[in-house]
Design a protein around this ligand. Structure first.
Ligand code: SAJ
Length: 484
C-alpha cells in the first residue's frame, strides 16, 4: 500500500474538478456525464484548437454537440451543464493543474491498416500535455483502447518525464477502457459495467471514486491496469473469434451443400444452464474500428508484457490472428462466389459489370470505417470488373478510405442498370426490400447474378426470377440449376 499517494489523496479530499482530454465521441459524453453528477463541481473538456477540430470548442461552449448522428439526450445534457457552468471546453491545457482527475479519450487508429501498427501520436501528445501540468495528488486515467502494457509503460514514462513526479507515489494512474457505441453513447457509459484498472490499489480505488457517480445500472469492476487493457482488447477479440467461427461454419456448409442457417438454428437451440453456444451470424466480412484492430493490440500486448515466456503449441498460429484471417477472407469469398456465378452464365469477371450494394460496415448505418466492401472492390477491379457502389446511408463526401476512382452513389437504379452481378455487402433495410423482377429488369439480362453477403434475400424468389443465386453459407441453394 503506497501511503504517500493515499496521504496526498486524503489531503486533496474528494475529486471535485475533472479534466477530459479529447472532445470526440468518447470524451464529450464522458465529460458531460461527469459534469452532470452532483459529486463534481467543474469539468474542463480539453480540445486542441487545430484546423480540423478546433471548431468543437465554440460549439460545445454554446451548448451544441459537434458529433454527427443521433445521440439521445446528449445535446440537451451539453446545454444543461454549460448553462450551469459545470462544463467548459478549452484549448488551455494549463488548466490541467486545477484538476483532481484527468481522463484521456483520444483515438488510437492504425497508421496504415495494412501493417496494423497503431498510431499513438495523438494519444502521446495528450499524455504530454497532461504531464506538463500535472500536480501531486491528482489522478490520470486512460480511456483509449491501447496495447496491453501501455499504461504501466509508455504512458507512465511520459507522465513522469513531463511532470517530474512519480506515478503511484505523487499521482495515481489507471486505465478505464471506453465501451461506447455510436448512437447510444450516454446509455452505454451509464449502464455498461466499468472496468477500472489502476497501476496500484490506491490508484484503482481513486479511479472508482471518479467513475462510480456516473454509473446508473453499470457496476465498477476493479482490477490491475494491464488486466483492464487486456479485458478491453479481449472482449473485441472474442467477438471477432465468434464471428470467424460462424464464418468458417458457413464456408463448410457451402462445401457440404447445406444451409448454415438451419445449422445455426440447431446449434442456437442449446440454451441455458451455461451450455448456450453464443453462435453469431456469418457474413461478407468484418469492418469497423474495434474488431479489426483490437486483436492486434492483444497480440502485441502479449509480447510487450512478457512477464514470462509464452507457452503455446509449437508452430501454431495464434487462434485470434487466424480468426482475423478468416474474417478478412470473406470479401475474397464473395468475389469467388461472384466469379463462379458469372462463369455459369458464360461471363468472365473481366469486363463484368458489378453492382456493389452496401459500403457501410454495419446494417442501416453510415459508418464505413474499414469496410469489408473495400477489399472486394479493389480485387474485383484488379480482376477487370467494372464496379459501381451504392449505399443510401453513406455520405460519399465524408466516407473514409474510398478507393481512387470509386464513386458511392445513392442512385440505386443507376448502379443496377446493366449490371451482370448484384453483390450485397451490407444488410441495409433498402436491400431487404429489393424486388427480384424490378432488379432483373434494370439488369437487362436473362440471368443476372445475385451474391447475398448478409442473408437479406429469399433465394427461391430470386432463383424463380432467373437469377444465378449465391449466398454466404447457402450450400443448399448455391448449386441450383439456372432457369431456362
Ligand atoms: N458482424 C458479423 N456477424 C455478426 C456480428 C457482426 O459479420 O454476428 C460484422 C458486422 O457486419 C460488422 C462487424 O462484424 O462488419 C463489427 O460488427 P459489431 O456489431 O461488432 O460492431 P462494432 O464494430 O461497432 O463493435 C462494437 C464494439 N463495442 C465497443 O467496442 C464498445 C463491440 O465490442 C460490441 O460488441 C459491438 O459494438 C456491439 O455489440 O454493438
Amino acid at each position: 500500500m503506497n501511503d504517500k499517494l493515499q496521504q496526498l489523496f486524503n489531503e486533496r479530499g474528494p475529486i471535485k474538478t475533472i479534466g477530459v482530454i479529447g472532445m470526440g465521441y468518447v470524451g464529450i459524453p464522458a465529460a458531460v456525464l461527469f459534469a452532470d453528477a452532483p459529486e463534481f463541481d467543474l469539468v474542463y473538456g480539453f480540445q486542441r484548437d487545430s484546423p480540423s477540430s478546433g471548431y468543437k470548442i465554440n460549439m460545445l461552449n454554446s451548448g451544441e454537440s459537434p458529433l454527427k448522428g443521433e445521440e439521445p439526450g446528449l445535446e440537451d445534457l451539453i446545454a444543461t451543464v454549460v448553462g450551469e457552468k459545470k462544463f467548459e471546453c478549452t484549448a488551455d491545457f494549463s488548466k490541467v493543474a486545477e484538476c483532481d482527475a484527468v481522463t484521456l479519450a483520444i483515438q488510437t487508429p492504425f497508421e496504415n491498416p495494412k501493417d496494423l501498427i497503431p498510431d499513438f501520436t495523438p494519444l502521446i501528445d495528450g499524455i504530454r500535455n497532461v504531464g506538463r501540468y500535472l500536480t501531486p495528488g491528482s489522478l490520470v486515467v486512460l480511456e483509449s483502447t491501447i496495447t496491453p502494457g501501455t499504461t504501466t509503460g509508455m504512458a507512465r514514462d511520459i507522465l513522469e518525464e513531463e511532470s517530474g513526479l512519480v506515478a503511484g507515489e505523487d499521482f495515481g494512474l489507471a486505465h478505464a477502457p471506453e465501451r461506447v457505441m455510436v448512437g447510444r453513447l450516454l446509455k452505454n457509459i451509464r449502464e455498461h459495467d466499468r472496468i477500472v484498472g489502476g497501476i496500484d490499489d490506491v490508484s484503482t480505488r481513486r479511479a472508482c471514486e471518479l467513475y462510480g457517480p456516473v454509473l446508473t445500472k453499470g457496476i465498477l469492476i476493479p482490477m490491475s491496469a494491464t488486466a483492464a487493457e487486456v479485458t478491453k482488447t479481449a472482449e473485441n477479440t472474442f467477438r471477432d473469434l465468434q464471428i470467424a467461427a460462424v464464418n468458417e461454419l458457413a464456408l463448410y456448409c457451402e462445401a457440404m451443400g447445406i444451409n448454415v442457417y438451419d445449422v445455426r438454428t440447431g446449434v442456437d437451440s442449446l440454451k441455458g444452464e451455461g451450455i448456450t453456444r453464443a453462435i453469431l451470424w456469418p457474413g461478407a466480412g468484418v469492418g469497423g474500428h474495434c474488431l479489426t484492430k483490437d486483436t492486434y493490440h492483444l497480440e502485441r500486448g502479449v509480447s510487450v508484457v512478457a512477464a514470462e515466456p509464452l507457452d503455446y503449441p509449437e508452430g501454431r498460429e495464434s487462434l485470434f490472428v487466424l480468426a482475423r484471417g478468416i474474417n478478412d477472407f470473406m470479401p475474397a469469398h464473395m468475389l469467388h462466389l461472384a466469379e463462379s456465378a458469372l462463369r455459369q452464365i458464360g461471363k468472365p469477371i473481366a469486363g463484368a459489370k458489378i453492382a456493389l450494394l452496401g459500403w457501410a460496415f454495419l446494417n442501416d448505418s453510415d459508418d464505413a470505417r474499414n469496410t469489408p466492401a473495400e477489399p472486394f472492390y479493389r480485387t474485383a477491379r484488379a480482376a477487370g470488373a467494372e464496379v459501381r457502389i451504392h449505399d443510401p446511408w453513406v455520405d460519399p463526401e465524408t466516407a473514409p478510405d474510398v478507393p481512387e476512382g470509386a464513386d458511392i452513389t445513392h442512385d440505386l437504379e443507376a448502379v443496377l442498370s446493366g449490371a451482370d452481378a448484384v453483390v450485397i455487402f451490407a444488410g441495409h433495410k433498402e436491400y431487404r426490400a429489393l424486388v427480384p423482377a424490378a432488379v432483373k429488369a434494370l439488369c437487362g439480362c436473362s440471368h443476372p447474378v445475385l451474391v447475398d453477403g448478409r442473408n437479406v434475400a429469399d433465394p427461391d424468389a430470386w432463383i424463380a426470377e432467373g437469377f444465378v443465386y449465391k449466398g454466404i453459407g447457402r450450400g443448399d441453394k448455391n448449386r441450383h440449376p439456372v432457369g431456362e
